[in-house]
Design a protein around this ligand. Structure first.
Ligand code: SF4
Length: 500
């Protein structure tokens, strides 16, 4: 299982997301994991619902946020230049990285120049995306994750399983075991005790680190400000205690003006965790000035790594509106069942299925656009109204148009599926065939429902292949005892009207 392995991020290479079927099967068989995902995602989902109910203009906020992200993405060149100029005016050094290797090399170079041997890291999905820890390790620099979830995953040698809650799949028992093994602490499953153990280990790291690395939730073009939100206070520590702060920023993270920030802050925490605001919001504009605390040097690395490619497709560029709130993961019935690691890379859930093929290359992640039931739950909750199902369909179409060399690896429409779709289309055009199929279906389902309680409207298992595969993981709604046409005919008869 690749879960603990290293995943290449080179767009030309495999990223293993094509193992989704195998990983999903393993995760579905793991009752412990299933419960962890189910309870955590439902909790976050319900918290979001409760939080947005208290904001009467929430839908207007969503419209405004979408319009702002659209403005930025449509004029990204302009806003990038504006951000770089503003940040440099404030005293930051701005670097540009086209690929992950380049971004890693820049971080390593900054550390080497300053003689840094230990780095503290705030939670950053971009740093996961570029595999910064491996690059630092290879350069002899120790990286310590300081977000509690990321710290746990670093001990477990795993990638994040969720954008917002990286260790969502770990129970307190799992964490207790990890701490005993790696930190040689006494075993306790008490949350306060576990947090204290982590805190003791991390305090030392903050004090010893020469450099802090963070991501950015937003980057304000007007002022060159980096905005970081969090609940643990570790980001504030990582970006102020060490002498050097490096912020890794995906180029889509820009927002135009400082005043726009209020809209995004009201949306992000409510959508992600159901909070009005997270416990800490840090606004960092340049390195420290006289009389202030904070880093002496601030380096901002603006990363492309597939984002410009996404921008080039007018349909797909909407994916760049994402503010990484994680709400679509919590709402997604597929994510809840198969879990984050099944998506094969750092970004999981509906947004992972969209952006992984963009950032890492469609050939390398060709199965991901099919990891969705297209139910639309993700679109319902997305604070910037990304039409995820529509974009997934667009990607599915592109997968089918992959060059012949990759044809053998195309997915999504096996012959049986194509044949059944053709039959379905034919039956829909021939009413007698449709009625016959419905009548046959109703007779056959009686056999399946015989084992169920009276009035059961769900078929729990079908004994015949390939339908038995469908019911091995889910129930199938039973056909209604009467079709609409039959009911209509009966009603007309009751009114003395002869149907044609
Ligand atoms: S796609 Fe929308 S819901 Fe999903 S993480 Fe991004 S902003 Fe949040």
């Amino acid at each position: 299982m690749h879960r603990e392995g290293r995943v290449a991020t080179d767009p030309e290479s495999e990223i293993h997301s094509n193992e989704i079927h195998e990983l999903a099967r393993q995760n579905l068989a793991d009752a412990h994991l299933q419960e962890a995902y189910r309870s955590s995602t439902l909790r976050l989902y319900e918290h979001r619902l409760a939080a947005i109910r208290q904001v009467p203009d929430f839908e207007l906020l969503r419209d405004r946020a979408r319009a702002l992200k659209r403005e930025v993405i449509e004029h990204l060149d302009h806003y990038l230049q504006e951000f770089a100029s503003s940040a440099e005016r404030a005293g930051a050094s701005v670097h540009w990285a086209e690929r992950s290797e380049e971004a890693c090399a820049q971080v390593v170079e900054i550390a080497r120049r300053a003689g840094v041997t230990q780095v503290v890291k705030a939670k950053s999905m971009v740093s996961e995306e570029i595999e910064l820890n491996h690059a630092l390790e290879a350069a002899g620099i120790r990286a310590v994750e300081t977000d509690l979830g990321e710290f746990i995953l670093q001990l477990a040698h795993e990638r994040p399983a969720h954008i917002v809650a990286p260790a969502i799949h770990k129970t307190r028992g799992d964490v207790a075991n990890l701490f005993v093994t790696h930190l040689h602490s006494e075993r306790s499953e008490q949350l306060e005790r576990l947090t204290l153990i982590a805190r003791q280990a991390l305090r030392r790291a903050f004090a010893e680190a020469g450099m802090g690395v963070s991501g950015a939730n937003f980057a304000v073009a007007e002022t060159g400000t980096i905005v970081l939100i969090e609940n643990e206070g570790n980001i504030r520590f990582s970006t102020t205690v060490p002498r050097i702060h490096v912020a890794l920023v995906g180029i889509e993270k820009l927002i135009p003006r400082f005043r726009d920030l209020a809209i995004f802050l009201r949306l992000l925490a409510r959508s992600g965790t159901g909070q009005k605001l997270t416990s800490y919001t840090s606004l960092l504009t340049g390195p420290r000035r006289a009389g202030e605390d904070g880093p002496v040097e601030l380096h901002i690395i603006l990363l492309d790594n597939g984002r410009i490619r996404t921008l080039a497709d007018p349909k797909m560029r909407e994916a760049l509106y994402c503010i990484r709130c994680g709400a679509c993961l919590n709402a997604c019935p597929v994510y809840r069942k198969i879990g984050g690691h099944a998506y094969g890379w750092v970004y999981s859930g509906p947004i992972g299925a969209l952006i992984t093929p963009q950032f890492a290359g469609l050939g390398a992640a060709r199965e991901l656009p099919f990891a969705s039931s297209l139910c639309g739950a993700c679109r319902e909750v997305c604070p910037v109204r990304i039409n995820i199902p529509d974009l997934l369909l667009h990607l599915r179409h592109q997968v089918q148009s992959l060059p012949r060399s990759e044809a053998s690896q195309r997915v999504g429409s096996p012959r049986a599926e194509k044949l059944s779709m053709r039959l379905w289309a034919w039956a829909m055009k021939h009413p007698w065939a449709y009625s016959l199929a419905a009548w046959t279906g109703r007779w056959m389902q009686r056999l399946c429902l015989m084992r169920e309680a009276a009035n059961q409207r769900w078929i729990r298992s079908i004994p015949w292949l390939p339908l038995s595969q469908w019911t091995s993981g889910r129930d199938l709604p039973a056909l209604a005892p009467q079709s609409f046409r039959e009911m209509w005919k009966k009603e007309l008869g009751r009114c003395g009207i002869k149907s044609r």
